[in-house]
Design a protein around this ligand. Sequence first.
Ligand code: HCB
Length: 214
Amino acid sequence: GKQEMYDKLRDAIVNQDINGAGPLVQEALDAGLTPFEIINDGLSVGMKIIGDKFEAAEVYLPQIMMSAKAMKAAMEILDPILAEDETSESVGTCIKFVQEGDIHDIGHRLVATMLGANGFTVIDMGVDVPNDKVIEEVAAHKGEKLMLSGSALMTTSMLGQKDVMRLLEEEGLRDSVKVMFGGAPVTDSWIKEIGADATAENAAEAANVALELM
Ligand code: HCB
């Protein structure tokens, strides 16, 4: 059944099955699972497990990098399918970036994929993006239905989110854009403290929150 397939997808990430992940995703699609189910109930669960194992020092960086590669191989199959599904009418523009100093992009990509699949026009600025570039991009899209989604996976890079909020205020752009920050260290109280609009636990929730904010 479905759960068995979810478990296989999860294990492909946990066991760093770079060659197997793509074919397994195809198998899951053929069995009738949706890309959303594959990501949320399978692959992401595996990534969470490997992250927890890393924190518990049960696995090390080389394994993490191989899990990341397996995730990438899986998403290479799913991204084009999700792009095809995009509704023709955009619900808004979302500028998506990872904070300066931070190269963690797995969660960032998942959120970008989900936002795209839910009708957003996503501008993917990638990783390690300086704040002045982010502000420039917001300014360039002022007047559009606009959302900014930033990710930070480290407590150090997360601090940059506070500066983004300050710069938006200084440049008179705060009212032109909704701001959603995420990443493992980001909490509700941090969002409140820096004056952003929202956070989300995972990519599926991020899409729902973003739609509500628009
Ligand atoms: Co990295 N790393 N890492 N790492 N890494 C973390 C983040 C630590 C917490 C692990 C630890 O030490 N405990 C830690 C940060 C410590 C801290 O600051 N408190 C850390 C460190 C220190 C480092 C290095 C310095 C190396 C080292 O360990 N000595 C180095 C830093 C490089 C740099 O950025 N300058 C480094 C490198 C790496 C890689 C390259 C090996 C690899 C990244 C591969 C890649 O992304 N291409 C990696 C990984 C994979 C991790 C862990 C294990 C998993 C992160 C991940 O992908 N999670 C992570 C441990 C952890 O987080 N538990 C560890 C899975 C995704 C799906 O979850 O939280 O990113 P996510 O995203 C979710 C969620 O947050 C939300 O939705 C996403 C999808 O469900 N979300 C949003 C995310 N963004 C959002 C935006 C929104 O608007 C809304 C929701």
